[in-house]
Design a protein around this ligand. Structure first.
Ligand code: DWN
Length: 492
């Protein structure tokens, strides 16, 4: 069943409605019309568990503590509930309180590079971010239809990134050595950078982008060109595959909107002693570095270990190891097994350390996200100011890497061709097209002499060191880099 998302606005509306309902002598914030057991004092009896609890209305106040919760008792015959029973009811009804903390404005599909004659049809949505008080998960308020993002035209080729190819070879070798799995499945197998390290007789891929599914099929790996769902896990079983000893996913699980379905699909097809390993950008690193551009349409969620621990448990899985990685601006690799099958894979000290570190940072507190939002606004102000000043001074700026992340930055900060002349990118499928929303031209790195520019904005700031090293001549010639992570600055 899909979760009903309760936004702050809806909550405010409920509170207003509840206040209006207070015209009745009895308290009825949750449809509790005519509670027959209102005592003379402020205590009333919980209809569900029979315990006495305090009612602020009965105590003579204008509002009650329960006005802060969604109105889940629709029937007029239902009476007031104590806090515990009300929370349980809210959970049962799958209503979750999600509080909005960040608005990154109108945004396009981050990887939909386009031609001029496609401008009229360009899709935009409101990129807002919410915090789930229950699970502590950070997600987009409005999800974009997966088919609009992940289809035949998807342009991010893992194998075009030399550091990422090395990364996947190393992780495959480590998993082989430490866990020795016989059967392997990768979810989000892209162009096979991870799969190719495994024997194709025992390894399959799942990849909704048809262009990439074809690549791995051609490499000899059976590839299901579908989105990962419980239904697909059933289909794979029905096709005769035995349960998998290793299920791996990199930069993919955070793309999946319905996490309960995703994890129950994993549980359905993971062998008894099997492990599920996935890596995605770390929420803690994003908050620490102010890298708000990790937020875009594809990233339905930005994971903390805390939220994953909560959601995995809910789905009968348990997290037993966490590796902190530097890739993609700071990621976590999460190791998971079945919760109810005893093994020697018990949660290690890194799990405890990560949970502790996140707690100390305040990852479970809404206020942390309000502070982050202020930092994001400041980053926008600083970047706009810097680029406008450079423009006025007649300086030329080029961007390096037409990344998904820079789609967020350019659209949030209203940066267009007047401030950044073009973007260089090594991906042939992006070259010759215009960047989503900002419509800044994307060109081949080889076609540009960086020395014709005064400044290079690092769209791919996560590869800062390797880019700066490769482009030493630009620096030697007096050129400067600009980055917005951890704050807007120039460096050379
Ligand atoms: O999860 C995702 C991650 C793994 O990759 C996706 N949802 C999409 C993508 O995000 P991204 O586009 O922000 O990723 P990168 O790896 O930071 O950027 C890649 C782009 O930058 C490519 O188009 C290649 C380009 N690039 C370049 O032109 N020169 C990258 C480097 C390092 C370079 O030197």
């Amino acid at each position: 069943m899909k979760k009903k998302v309760v936004t702050k606005d809806e909550l405010d509306r409920w509170i207003r409605e509840a206040k209006m309902n207070a015209e009745f002598p009895q308290h009825r914030a949750h449809g509790a019309y005519g509670n027959p057991r209102i005592d003379k004092n402020s205590e009333i009896i919980c209809k569900e568990c029979g315990t006495e609890f305090g009612c602020d209305i009965n105590a003579g106040k204008d509002t009650c503590w329960c006005f802060d919760y969604p109105n889940v008792l629709k029937s007029k015959s239902q009476n007031c509930l104590c806090k515990d029973c009300l929370s349980k009811k809210i959970r049962e009804k799958k209503m979750v309180i999600k509080k909005e903390f960040l608005d990154l404005g109108r945004q396009p599909i981050a990887n939909k590079f386009l031609k001029e004659d496609e401008f009229n049809e360009e899709f935009f949505f409101d990129l807002k971010v919410v915090f789930d008080e229950d699970t502590k998960l950070v997600s987009l308020k409005e999800f974009v239809k997966p088919e609009l993002m992940f289809n035949e035209d998807y342009v991010y080729h893992t194998s075009l990134s030399v550091p990422m190819v090395k990364h996947f070879k190393e992780i495959a070798e480590m998993l082989m050595k430490e866990f020795n799995p016989l059967t392997v499945m990768e979810i989000g197998s892209n162009d096979g950078a991870f799969l190719k390290n495994w024997l194709n007789d025992y390894t399959i891929g799942v990849e909704p982008c048809g262009n990439f599914a074809k690549v791995t099929e051609d490499m000899g790996y059976q590839t299901y060109s579908e989105f990962w769902t419980t239904e697909l896990s059933e289909k794979i079983k029905n096709d005769g595959h035995v349960d998998f000893d290793l299920i791996y996913a990199a930069n993919c699980i955070c793309h999946i909107q319905d996490l309960d379905d995703c994890f129950s699909a994993i549980k359905n097809i993971l062998s008894k002693k099997g492990i599920f390993v996935f890596e995605d950008p770390s929420l803690l690193r994003m908050l620490e570095r102010g890298s708000y551009d990790q937020i875009y349409d594809e990233h339905a969620h930005i994971f903390s270990v805390t939220a994953l621990d909560n959601i995995l448990r809910k789905n009968g899985l348990i997290l037993f190891r966490v590796d902190n990685l530097s890739v993609h601006g700071g990621s976590n690799r999460i190791y998971v097994r079945h919760a109810n099958i005893p093994t020697d894979l018990i949660p290690d000290e890194f799990v405890r350390n990560n949970l502790q570190k996140e707690k100390e940072f305040g990852i479970d507190k809404f206020q942390t996200y309000e502070i982050f939002a202020e930092r994001v606004e400041k980053s926008k102000e600083d970047l706009c100011k810097l680029l406008s000043e450079l423009k006025e001074a007649g300086k030329k700026v080029v961007s390096y890497g037409a990344t998904s992340k820079s789609t967020t930055v350019f659209n949030y900060c209203d940066i267009d061709e007047t401030l950044i002349e073009c973007i260089t990118d090594t991906t042939p499928d992006k070259q010759g097209l215009l960047a989503p929303g900002s419509h800044i031209p994307v060109v081949d790195r080889e076609s540009v002499n960086l020395k014709d520019f005064d400044y290079v904005f690092l769209g791919a700031w996560n590869f800062k060191d390797s880019i700066a090293n490769r482009e030493r001549d630009f620096i030697k010639a007096g050129g400067k880099f600009i980055t917005h992570v951890p704050e807007v600055m120039e460096f050379s």
